[in-house]
Design a protein around this ligand. Structure first.
Ligand code: SAM
Length: 175
């Protein structure tokens, strides 16, 4: 069961580098019915409660056109989670899983993502269903659901590239 920031049997924590938050900007705040992790859904549902996403200035103009999308991808900062576990035991049964094989909020960069249903846009506020975060969670970004979005910019060569039929180059080569 998800609790607060305790460590469970066989879980492994490391000493992480001091967090710098990569210079992210919180662009808004999410209001939800949940104030305890014990009650928050593990994954949001599209028939869940309406939650409120408030966008801060100067980002409100960036909402232009968003009402055209039935569903949005929401990225948020799971600000109250610890960040130092590499092995975790979600079932609290001593069996551990690597952090990157889980969607746990406990991760080095606690980014949460959800696909939500957009119910309404009211000025700088979006009303959505499908979230699973605590009340007051900082908002990182909003994007149209990728399955609904068609690129507006002209196509470029990589868009048509399939398989491995590319020149033999080494990507991300060490210097
Ligand atoms: C399992 S995560 C999933 C988040 C997102 N849907 C994802 O898959 O990336 C959801 C859980 O994170 C926890 N949580 C939600 N908001 C949080 C916050 N602001 N800080 C820390 N933990 C949070 C709650 O326990 C909630 O059940």
């Amino acid at each position: 069961m998800v609790r607060e920031n305790e460590i469970r049997e066989n879980e492994v924590a490391v000493t992480p580098p001091a967090p710098t938050d990569a210079g992210l900007t919180f662009i808004g705040r999410i209001s939800t019915p949940w104030t305890s992790r014990m009650e928050t859904p593990r994954q949001g549902r599209h028939d869940g409660p309406v939650c409120r996403i408030e966008i801060f200035e100067p980002w409100v103009a960036a909402l232009k056109g968003i009402e055209a999308f039935e569903r949005l991808e929401v990225l948020y900062w799971l600000d109250r989670s610890r960040r130092d576990l590499v092995l975790q035991s979600p079932a609290s049964n001593g069996k551990v899983h690597g952090t990157f094989s889980l969607r746990t909020p406990v991760r080095p960069n606690p980014i949460g993502t959800s696909i939500v249903v957009l119910e309404a846009v009211e000025g700088n506020v979006l009303l959505v269903r499908g979230l699973d975060c605590l009340d007051g969670t900082p908002l990182l970004d909003l994007k149209p659901d990728r399955t609904l979005f068609k690129p507006i910019a002209p196509p470029q060569p990589g868009d048509f590239q399939t398989g491995d039929d590319t020149p033999k180059v080494h990507y991300c080569q060490k210097a």
